[in-house]
Design a protein around this ligand. Structure first.
Ligand code: IMP
Length: 199
């Protein structure tokens, strides 16, 4: 079976990705490679960060790998926080809470609540990059709702729904999320390749 490394230390992400890709590919983690260091992400775009993380692993370990980077893009904020989504609010012990409170606060008087989550996956195959984009459109709620999920889930309402990601539950979220949409494209690309190799 073809082996592919996911350049993440996040166990939740790894589970999600293994769940989607695991029957066709052996998905290895950084821990499986014995890599425990923090991978730099200092680019100023999601594409740049995803490529930077994948290149780091490729150059160090020489294996095919992919990395993802996600951000929340709010229309009324001209696409911010975007690449700065994880650190939107100043550093805090509860960063997710600080970030969502800052978002609710800057949008308090704002009627345009439109936003989207965007994920970029960068795959390096033999050092050659391929990018896959996943988007979920939605709106920002006026208050936090729901206990599930992580990050901005309690304030993000995907298009066509009335509940937030945190209220919808992870099974449903993982079918429609930005990350799921990007992973589906990666899966289609890799499946096509596997079919071509086998025929
Ligand atoms: P990452 O690139 O996947 O680490 O995402 C960067 C930041 O975007 C995270 O720290 C979260 O704040 C936010 N984020 C990414 N995906 C989600 C999601 O599915 N729900 C809520 N917040 C998310």
């Amino acid at each position: 079976m073809k082996k592919l490394v996911v350049a993440t230390h996040n166990a939740h992400k790894l589970d999600e990705i293994r769940h989607m890709l695991g029957d066709r590919l052996e998905v290895l983690s950084l821990t499986d490679l014995g890599c425990s260091e923090e991978i730099p992400e200092t680019a100023d775009t999601l594409e740049g960060n995803a490529l930077q993380k994948a290149r780091y692993v490729y150059e160090k370990y020489g294996c095919d790998c992919f990395a993802d980077d996600s951000g929340l893009e709010v229309e009324a904020l001209n696409g911010q926080p975007g690449v700065h989504t994880a650190r939107f609010a100043p550093p805090s012990e509860n960063q997710a809470e600080a970030n969502t409170q800052k978002l609710l606060s800057v949008l308090r008087e704002e009627p345009n609540r439109r936003a989207r989550f965007r994920t970029i996956i960068a795959l390096l195959e033999g050092g050659v990059p391929h990018l896959f984009e996943g988007i979920v459109e939605g709106t920002i709620a006026t208050e936090k709702r729901g206990l599930g999920g992580f990050g901005y889930d309690p304030v993000f309402i995907p298009k066509g729904e009335t509940l937030t990601f945190a209220e919808l539950g992870s099974d449903y979220k993982n079918q429609i999320s930005h990350r799921a949409n990007a992973v589906k494209k990666l899966y289609e690309y890799l499946s096509l390749q596997l079919t071509e190799t086998q025929s």
